[in-house]
Design a protein around this ligand. Structure first.
Ligand code: GRF
Length: 192
């Protein structure tokens, strides 16, 4: 089973996915991360990807006149690898319906969706009076952070915990949950 990973920044989730799934054997199939792609030429993840032995393609969204033109180029680059699944890992661009009609994609979001959609999820969740926080993996749909859920896990808040500590805890949860969720989706495909 082939996957392509899209990211825009650090790429810590990309790294976790590559380390736990790439070239590993799972109940009758192997996972191959065939490429990583970024819209950000300055993303730290580019180096990470190369160090892990996966070529990273850069498609700078600023070089395109419209969202549609960027999405078309991105879709073409992804489809050239014929992946079974496209994995968004901190990919900070909204994808158009035209893109999503061609590409089956999943995303990870650092909150218990449908709570705290959007770019400030960690902070909103940290500041909220809720006693729990968490991480969600979901299919990508036209509406931001709103596709069907695949996996979700909650963690308790710790009194007196700093925002940095809270973020680090959510990140390590992501690094375990995302590979598990990807495998689940790939297995479903195999069974079908
Ligand atoms: C993660 O917190 C993810 O939930 C969100 O963006 C962040 C990406 O972090 N969508 P990284 O680039 O994987 O380190």
């Amino acid at each position: 089973q082939k996957i392509v990973i899209l990211f825009s920044g650090e790429g810590s989730n990309m790294e976790a996915i590559i380390r736990s799934l790439h070239k590993k054997e799972f109940e009758g199939f192997q996972v191959h991360v065939v490429a990583t792609l970024t819209n950000n030429p300055n993303a730290k993840g580019i180096e990470r990807s190369k160090e892990l032995g996966i070529p990273c393609e850069v498609i700078d969204h600023r070089a395109f006149e419209s969202r549609e033109a960027f999405d078309a180029a991105l879709a073409q680059a992804i489809l050239a690898h014929r992946p079974n699944l496209t994995v968004l890992a901190g990919f900070m661009r909204i994808l158009s319906p035209l893109f999503l009609r061609q590409i089956r994609a999943i995303n990870i979001h650092p909150s218990l969706l449908p709570l705290f959609k959007g770019g400030n999820a960690m902070q909103e969740s940290y500041l909220s009076p809720m006693k729990v926080a968490g991480v969600s993996v979901h299919y990508v749909s036209e509406e931001l952070d709103s596709g069907d859920l695949i996996a979700q896990e909650a963690v308790g808040k710790i009194e007196g915990e700093s925002f940095e500590e809270f973020k680090a805890r959510l990140h390590s949860l992501e690094h375990r949950l995302y590979p598990e969720a990807i495998l689940r989706v790939l297995k479903e495909k195999v069974t079908l």
